[in-house]
Design a protein around this ligand. Structure first.
Ligand code: FAD
Length: 308
């Protein structure tokens, strides 16, 4: 019940101002977003890769309102890639991007987002790594898939995300599996209406398994974006049945969530990639993490009451 309320609050400017200014917020945010600048996160990249983990880096920010902000987002990723070049980690550290941050919702947004993301994809390829396009709310997805297809003409390794809660996703998965794409499958983190998305957890989980089967049996590279122990076990089983080797799929989880499981899967020989977000505009990302688990919200509210 709480999830949709928190997701609605994540779109409110008033809540954004209130929550961002609360003194205790920072401590709770740090669990999920371990730094504000690229220099804050370089030691984290070193530390996690030293432990056998791989990363996908997200510079947080969305809902931008000007083309200048979209250019600044592109430049933030290019600065990150400059740092990654020195670390020489190749595809062990890739990037996740939200096209909204590259201007997708502005006037002429589809072309603007493509123009802004292309140099990031090019720069990533030049240092031996790649970019995955995150999935945002359902109204943005036709544009995201078209940009994905366009980028793949020159950079076939470019990945995209599909969300199990959407009715459309089984068809998207079939198309992407046939075309040999890198695809991250997640349950879905936005507030979506019943006309386009499953609302019940058990329906979403069942759809997740059906889609995963399509991806595992297909030609592409499946990336299992979930912390759900049941789905992780099913993914291992499906990969085995499809005759996939350990390096022919990977697990992905968010920084700050089930860290011991990251290490367990890596120790078993799996590719395990940690989605690591950083930056100052963390509000939307943070609110989605609160919405996913009511205990996070309870902890946050308790901290506000006891320390505020
Ligand atoms: C690598 C990665 C990338 C993602 N990219 C996208 C994207 O592009 N678009 C999109 O819509 N969504 C994205 N998501 C979010 C996703 O859609 C889900 O909202 C999120 O992963 C929670 O679902 P779950 O599969 O972990 O299962 P759940 O059933 O929600 O969780 C399973 C268990 O994981 C733990 N857990 C899950 N979430 C949290 C949390 N926030 N805090 C603490 N514990 C938690 C709990 O122990 C929980 O019982 C991404 C998720 C991952 C892991």
């Amino acid at each position: 019940m709480l999830g949709p309320v928190i997701l609605a609050a994540s779109r409110s400017d008033r809540m954004r101002r209130l929550i961002s200014a609360a003194p205790v917020t920072k401590q709770v945010v740090d669990r999920f977003i371990p730094g504000e600048t690229v220099t804050d996160v370089v030691p984290i990249i070193r530390d996690l890769t030293d432990q056998g983990l791989e990363l996908t880096m997200d510079v947080v920010g969305e809902d931008i309102t000007t083309p200048e902000q979209a250019s600044a987002a592109r430049d933030a990723y290019l600065a990150l890639i400059d740092h990654l070049k020195e670390l020489e980690l190749g595809e062990r550290v890739e990037m996740s991007v939200k096209l909204s941050m590259f201007g997708q919702a502005l006037e002429g947004g589809h072309e603007l987002a493509l123009a802004n993301v292309r140099p990031v994809v090019e720069a990533a390829a030049a240092i031996g790594t790649t970019v995955t396009l995150d999935a945002e709310d359902h109204t943005t997805l036709d544009s995201m898939f078209a940009i994905h297809e366009e980028l793949r003409k020159d950079f076939p390794q470019t990945g995209c995300v599909i969300q199990a809660y959407l009715f459309r996703t089984e068809a998207d998965a079939r198309r992407l599996a046939e075309s040999g794409s890198r695809v991250r499958l997640v349950k879905g983190a936005y507030k979506e209406p019943a006309e386009v998305a499953y609302q019940q957890k058990h329906e979403i989980d069942k759809a997740y398994v059906r889609i995963l089967k399509t991806l595992m049996e297909g030609e592409g590279y499946p990336m299992i974006g979930s912390h759900d122990p049941r789905l992780i076990a099913i993914a291992q089983e499906l990969a085995h049945k499809a005759g996939r080797k350990l390096d022919e799929y990977e697990f992905q989880m968010l920084y700050g969530i089930r860290g011991e499981e990251h290490l367990r899967l890596a120790a078993e020989g799996h590719r395990m990639r940690v989605y690591t977000a950083y930056g100052t505009d963390w509000y939307g990302y943070f609110m989605r993490r609160l919405a996913e688990k009511p205990a996070n919200l309870r902890f946050f509210v308790r901290s506000m009451i006891t320390k505020g």
